[in-house]
Design a binder for this molecule. Sequence first.
Ligand code: HEC
Ligand code: HEC
Length: 217
Amino acid sequence: MKHRFPGVVVTKFLAALSLVAASVALAAFSPAAHAQSVGDAQRGAKLAYTCLGCHGIPNYKNAYPTYSVPKLRGQHPEYLVIALQAYRSGERSHATMHANAASWTDQQYADMAAFLAGPVIAPPAAPKPVGKLPAVGQTCVACHGADGIGITPQYPTLAGQHADYLERALTDYKKGGRKNAIMAGFAGQLSAQDIRDMARYYSSQRPGLDTAKRPVR
Ligand code: HEC
Ligand code: HEC
């Protein structure tokens, strides 16, 4: 039994532990969490053509309010699938991305994510953070690393991401434009100044994310 239901055993075992420890351990040990989103980058390249109109142009801006379109290259594709599901369901309230995410299947998300992410930035054995972590950032490193590399495929890499986009995302978690339960809790504790400091800190980490590339023909 133990061998056949490791997820159940792990879940029970972890029930008493803190939110952070539990979610990190579950994501690391549950094979099901990885299985759903094995994407085919070649299929994704054909599907994601329109996405490049925004995500493939360096420093392209969202209009009203103005902030940078997020970098996707180097990101965990599993996380990109979760993000697309959140736009589709309305958990994230961005109207344009809801429209862009609405009409695809999860397999198509996985294919586009594999293509848009390209070679994933892996968490290094010995992180080398750039600059000094703000004091409020102590809690963030459990999931996003001190160097901004998401420590499991479900936790976004923040390194090198546009600072104004990170600021926008954190403000949305805090104010409810994004309803992710984990991040609402953490962002809710941050002041506007903390949010700016954390956005700048993670944006300056290297190696970092980059703008998605057009397919080689
Ligand atoms: C009109 C410009 C535009 C187009 C076209 C577009 N996006 Fe986006 N995308 C954005 C913006 C702006 C955001 C940030 C929204 C927010 O604030 O949550 C975003 C966010 C995302 C995210 C979340 C990134 C993160 O770090 O959480 C993913 C994944 C994504 N887009 C994938 C796609 C895919 C796949 C397509 C094509 C099917 C697409 N986008 C088309 C502008 C665009
Ligand atoms: C328990 C793990 C955990 C901790 C701790 C944590 N995060 Fe997150 N973070 C996540 C997850 C999971 C997501 C994706 C949520 C979603 O699907 O919208 C996320 C998303 C984000 C995003 C949006 C990224 C994007 O590409 O849109 C930012 C910015 C962020 N976190 C910053 C922080 C900061 C700053 C802290 C510390 C105050 C922090 N996080 C603490 C797990 C965590």
